[in-house]
Design a protein around this ligand. Structure first.
Ligand code: SF4
Length: 414
């Protein structure tokens, strides 16, 4: 196909479309004159999708891949809708795509798949931990948490394991470490949508009035599971593209929170791509000395650097900033800590989520007493900062903050 191939007349549907309308299969979409090949493209291999990770591509990127191969963009839209609205992972469940195209797509990288290995439900609060196995047999975890008012929040993982090495976190002990693809991140949401749809948790108001798995999506997403989201920046941003796309999952960015230990360099980039998602800073200590001990990231990015990055963001009263603060007995739960924390929160307009430490087997820290936790929160509030005391969900099933450890497949190191 050359770049000056004649385009079809306005009344004439593109060839590929005509095949579908006529109920026939196209035999070779490369022959379609509906779109020119890109300049310099090798005409012999426009339908070669080898190595293309279809499930990880945001809609615009997927369209671009199709157009590069001389395919009409509406075919990309059809595939995208199949993957992210109907949530099918079988190309033969997409009869709207011609057989020849499905065959071409079949040699792309396999679509993401996460197998539910275990799904224990907390007897304490109804939280459900989903232990999920990737195609390459690693285990990640996501947690579905019922919230007041019948809402649900899904806590997503962004990496297998985590190299940030926070001393209070079980995930940091995992031997396996790799980034999840955007498709694997999104797939955690798809798994939950399918499960909830099967269980009848379907609600209205989703894009296009779509029934099926999308109508069972949770209301809120938080990137607070395994991994440091900003250490897997591109995949997390691509996943956010798909999750917030009105023609994909359709989540409002205001229903999504991305948490970070403080990768200050990535804050501006995240804001550039997703200005409206909420940010959570996993702070946990208010002096560099203590924070360096608890969170090695602080050696490269001291507190002041992260404060500077946050202060540089344009003001947006709709975008929330929270400090996540794990309370560790005798480490960061003193009156001085409370005073410094309150001052920082007031300065940055942040709300504090204080979470008494969830002890896991072999953890080198303890949970403060109830009285100490209450006194800490009261002191912060008295200073004028907003603070909520949170109890992590799913403590009895190892689903609480800092407990996610892929126990089904991996043993903690050391
Ligand atoms: S707390 Fe978060 S960033 Fe730190 S090691 Fe655990 S998963 Fe990684």
């Amino acid at each position: 196909m050359s770049t000056d191939s004649p385009r079809p007349q306005a009344s004439e549907p593109p060839i590929a479309e005509a095949h579908v309308m006529g109920g026939e299969e196209a035999t070779d979409l490369r022959a379609s004159p509906s779109l020119p090949a890109p300049e310099g493209a090798a005409p012999s291999a426009p339908l070669d999708f080898r190595g293309v990770d279809l499930g990880s591509l945001p809609r615009a990127a997927l369209r671009a891949r199709f157009v590069e191969r001389g395919l009409p963009p509406f075919r990309a839209e059809q595939l995208y809708r199949g993957l992210h609205v109907r949530m099918t992972r079988q190309l033969d469940e997409l009869p709207e795509l011609p057989l020849s195209l499905r065959q071409a797509l079949a040699i792309a990288s396999p679509l993401p798949r996460l197998e539910v290995v275990q799904a224990p439900v907390s007897a304490l609060d109804g939280a459900r931990k989903l232990v999920l196995q990737t195609r390459s047999l690693e285990v990640i975890e996501a947690v579905l948490m019922p919230m007041p008012g019948g809402w649900t929040t899904l806590c997503l993982s962004s990496q297998v394991g985590c190299k940030m090495g926070c001393d209070f976190c079980a995930t940091a002990r995992l031997p396996v470490r790799r980034n999840l693809s955007a498709g694997e991140i999104v797939e955690q949401v798809a798994v939950v949508c399918r499960l909830r749809a099967e269980e009848g948790h379907v609600r209205g108001g989703v894009s296009g009035g779509v029934a099926g798995p999308l109508a069972a999506r949770p209301q809120n997403l938080v990137f607070m599971g395994m991994g440091e989201p900003l250490d897997n920046f591109d995949a997390v941003c691509d996943a956010l593209d798909i999750l917030t796309d009105p023609k994909g999952y359709g989540f409002s960015p205001r229903r999504i929170t991305v948490s970070t230990v403080g990768l200050a360099k990535r804050i501006a980039g995240l804001h550039a791509r997703h200005p409206h998602v909420h940010l959570a800073w996993s702070l946990t200590a208010t002096t560099d000395a203590t924070r360096e001990r608890l969170m090695p990231v602080n050696r490269g990015v001291p507190i002041a650097k992260m404060v500077e990055a946050l202060q540089a963001l344009p003001r947006d009263p709709q975008r929330k900033l929270t400090f996540e603060y794990a309370l560790l007995a005798g480490v960061n739960d003193g009156d001085d800590d409370a005073d410094r924390l309150a001052a920082m929160a007031i300065d940055l307009g942040a709300h504090i989520n204080a979470i008494p430490f969830n002890v896991w087997p072999g953890a080198p820290y303890e949970r403060p007493t109830r009285a100490r936790v209450a006194a800490f929160a009261a002191r912060v509030a008295h200073a004028g900062a907003g603070i909520s005391l949170r109890e992590s969900r799913g403590q009895d099933i190892g689903a609480a903050c800092g407990q996610l450890a892929g126990q089904a497949a991996a043993q903690p190191v050391g």
